[in-house]
Design a binder for this molecule. Structure first.
Ligand code: CAA
Length: 387
């Protein structure tokens, strides 16, 4: 019988990946995190550092020139990058979000054409699902794709598009049959260089300021029909399947933000002296630290379990992806808020990183489906007897 305790631990390979990413992030990502936030600039130097070590899109399979990281290794990469800089962690996370529809449902032709430039780091991929009037209710989208001979013509607006303008490639979900609601949605690859594609001004956000969020406009954009991902009408199912996997990566991002905040607070409370001793000696603060560590570890176990389910494409992935994203993001918000509290007045200033972490944590409760939507997803699965 195999040793189940060994099986339950991280493999040596996964531990080695964590150490390698942490080394790169401590040296070349963390030093830029404050400026990236302050200046709201895309973290180019951090991207180059990730690219040099193949951590910018680790999930791309080797056959397309990628590192071929499994779902757990990808989660560890994103967790470690987020521990240093949440904005930068959206590079590997959104590269996976944008390109996963191709890996799940795309033809050999689209995979061969679009995945190698992402694997090499020459291009990035974004995911265009949400619209101004279609956020949680994604199936009510209005962007149209109309067939014209061997082409489709796209018109519409997508909103909240992460890394818009920086990415060269976009997975775009559009209505091909307005009478069929979710069954009338199809997915396409659109290039930034396609005529008729343009971008709105960058949103002014509370956090993740180094990751541009913009609207994307499609004005009579003509693309070859071969750029459809999967069959006509299967786009919504592909969008949802993709999110089942990538909600696990948002959980990883949240986990990393929370760990970064706890690590900083642990150092601070041992240095800071009040009433003649380090504030770490006060039991009230020790209880806070214990709760923070406990919540993070629970989030980590759920996230890694969800990653294993993502790798195997288990039938309860939908439940686990939603649960991990929801729990880890609520944990990140609680832990970063407590980290600010532990630093007191200092924690509330830009001179210390924990207020940035608190602002960055908030979005993890919102994007890739609000935590209220995650609870809808979980409840529906439980009522079907899955989960
Ligand atoms: N896997 C495969 N197919 C699925 C699926 C899944 N997990 N979930 C749904 N489907 C398919 C099914 O075929 C279903 O049809 P059936 O009746 O045949 O089963 C069809 O989709 C419609 O499903 P629902 O009836 O459940 O759809 P709904 O309209 O009730 O919506 C919802 C369900 C869960 C609320 C969904 O709309 C949702 O997840 N909303 C949130 C959207 C979201 O997460 N947006 C994030 C945008 S991306 C982002 O934030 C990225 C970023 O830039 C960082």
């Amino acid at each position: 019988m195999s040793n189940s305790f060994e099986l339950y631990a991280l493999s040596e390979e996964h531990q080695a990946i964590r150490e390698a990413v942490r080394d790169v992030c401590d040296a070349k990502v963390a030093p830029h995190a404050g400026d990236v936030d302050e200046l709201a600039e895309f973290p180019k130097a951090s991207y180059d550092a990730l690219k040099a070590s193949d951590f910018h899109a680790p999930h791309i399979p080797e056959q397309y020139g990628g590192a071929g990281a499994d779902a757990l290794a990808t989660v560890i990469v994103i967790e470690e990058v987020a521990r240093a800089c949440a904005s930068t962690s959206l590079i590997p996370a959104v590269n996976k979000l944008g390109s996963l529809p191709l890996l799940l449902s795309g033809s050999d032709e689209v995979k061969q054409r679009y995945l190698p430039p992402v694997a090499s780091g020459d291009s990035m991929f974004s995911y265009c699902l949400s619209e101004p009037e279609a956020g949680s209710d994604a199936a009510s989208m209005k962007t149209r794709a109309v067939r014209d001979g061997d082409e489709y013509v796209l018109n519409g607006v997508k909103r909240w598009i992460t890394n818009a303008g920086v990415s060269d490639f976009y997975t775009v979900f559009a209505v091909t049959d307005p009478n069929a609601r979710s069954k009338g949605i199809s997915a396409f690859v659109v290039e930034k260089a396609d005529e008729g594609v343009s971008f709105g001004a960058p949103e002014k956000k509370l956090g993740i300021k180094g990751s541009p969020t913009r609207e994307v406009y499609f004005d009579n954009v003509r693309i070859p029909a071969s750029r459809m991902i999967g069959a006509e009408g299967t786009g919504f199912a592909t969008a949802m399947q993709t999110l089942d996997h990538t909600r696990v990566t948002i959980a990883a991002q949240a986990l990393g933000i929370a760990q970064g905040a706890l690590d900083y607070a642990l150092g601070y409370v041992q240095e800071r002296k009040q009433f003649g001793k380090a504030i770490a000696e006060f039991q009230g603060l020790q209880f806070m630290l214990a709760d923070m560590g406990m919540k993070i570890e629970a989030a980590r176990q759920l996230t890694y379990a969800a990653a294993a389910k993502s790798e195997r494409d288990d039938k309860d992935l939908t439940y686990f992806g939603a649960a991990a994203k929801c729990f880890a993001s609520d944990t990140a918000m609680a832990v970063t808020t407590d980290a600010v509290q532990l630093l007191g007045g200092y924690g509330y200033t830009h001179d210390y990183p924990v207020e940035r972490m608190m602002r960055d944590a908030k979005i993890t409760q919102i994007y890739e489906g609000t935590n209220q939507v995650q609870r809808i997803v979980m409840a529906r699965q439980l009522l079907k007897g899955i989960g």
